[in-house]
Design a protein around this ligand. Structure first.
Ligand code: ADP
Ligand code: NA
Length: 313
């Protein structure tokens, strides 16, 4: 679909884009019922796309390997990437529809109910990654999640590892069972949140000591290093040098935490790609995520390099 030649890349993200359509009402509709809503928003979503936007805005030359359709949501995706300086590497023929998520929010309780249609993104396959081998090899960091089919993620991690590129797996959404050790062994970093860390390790994560225990368990399963994001408690890095807890960054009143993990992962990848040591990249990621939660929206709330630099120093 896209014949753009390979360009120099710091970060290559594999992942999907979906258009988030968010409907708010005083309560949830019952099955078969139609009710009037109080708010509507249309915006960019998809963890891979959001993480690429975060990496791009935080200063990395970023490419996104993905699939979208030739439709209005696909045009939205390309606009969002252009604004963030992200170069898309579009796979497939563009005939499948761009993904979309339908999010219902109960204004009374804040509860939500969501249907995600991955659309074209569900077509991402190992051959797509093989076609990007040069790009993955030229990059410093490869970052992926679990919203596209597992064989695509697995092939991307394997190629990046073969090509000497740092690999990061953000295991989101939470898998239903532990990941195969062979997959974790392809990861220089695995970056779950609390829920995902519990799903992968079987250890309930509620504080720093339990996060350290879950991280140790995931390293024993094969992951090189583990970063567990802990919401308002910040993040914990466990690697060969030991464990480091980085408290959350307070950038002001919290408005919306949707996409905080994506802000974190994109900035962490960008930091490593710029040659930072893991703990310096961790500090930068915590600052970028802390800024993002003070702003509405997911992709639109990502911090830029100047904002991050100012808060880090
Ligand atoms: P996810 O969005 O995947 O659930 P987390 O909730 O763990 O991820 O958030 C990712 C990162 O965002 C955290 O490690 C932290 O640095 C930052 N963060 C999240 N919530 C807050 C908050 N309320 N205040 C400050 N920083 C936050
Ligand atoms: Na946000």
């Amino acid at each position: 679909m896209d014949d753009t030649p390979n360009q120099a890349a710091d970060v290559v993200v594999l992942g999907i884009f979906v258009a988030d359509t968010t409907y708010t009402a005083a309560r949830m509709p019952r099955m078969g019922e139609t009710i009037m809503g109080t708010d509507f928003a249309l915006g960019p979503g998809g963890k891979g796309s959001n993480q690429a936007v975060a990496a791009g805005r935080s200063g990395a030359r970023t490419h996104l390997v993905t699939r979208i359709g030739r439709d209005a949501f696909g045009e939205m995706a390309e606009r969002v990437w252009a604004e963030a300086g992200v170069t898309p590497r579009l796979c497939g023929d563009g005939m499948a529809r761009t993904g979309a998520a339908n999010i219902f929010i109960d204004a009374g309780t804040g509860d939500n109910a969501i249907i995600v249609f991955p659309g074209a993104g569900a077509g991402l396959c190992p051959d797509d990654l093989e076609e990007c081998r040069d790009l993955l090899g030229a990059a410093s960091v490869f970052l992926t999640q679990l919203e596209q089919p597992m064989p695509a993620a697995e092939r991307g991690l394997r190629i990046a590892r073969q090509e000497g590129t740092i690999t990061i797996l953000n295991p989101a959404p939470a898998p239903h069972s532990p990941l195969p050790g062979a997959l974790l062994e392809l990861c220089d970093y695995v970056t779950p949140n609390e829920t995902e860390a519990e799903a992968l390790s079987g250890i309930a994560v509620s504080d720093i000591p339990s996060a350290a225990a879950a991280a140790a368990a995931l390293r024993a399963q094969g992951a090189g290093a583990v970063v567990i994001t802990l919401g308002a408690m910040g993040a914990l890095l466990s690697d060969a040098e030991g464990e480091t807890h980085m408290p959350a960054h307070d950038a002001g009143p919290v408005r919306e935490t949707t996409g905080a993990g994506d802000a974190f992962n994109g900035a962490f990848a960008a930091g490593l790609a710029s040659g930072m040591a893991p703990r310096a990249a961790l500090a930068r990621a915590v600052v970028a995520a802390g800024i993002s939660v003070t702003r509405p929206g997911a992709a639109a709330s990502m911090a830029n390099a100047a904002e991050i630099d100012k808060a880090v120093s």
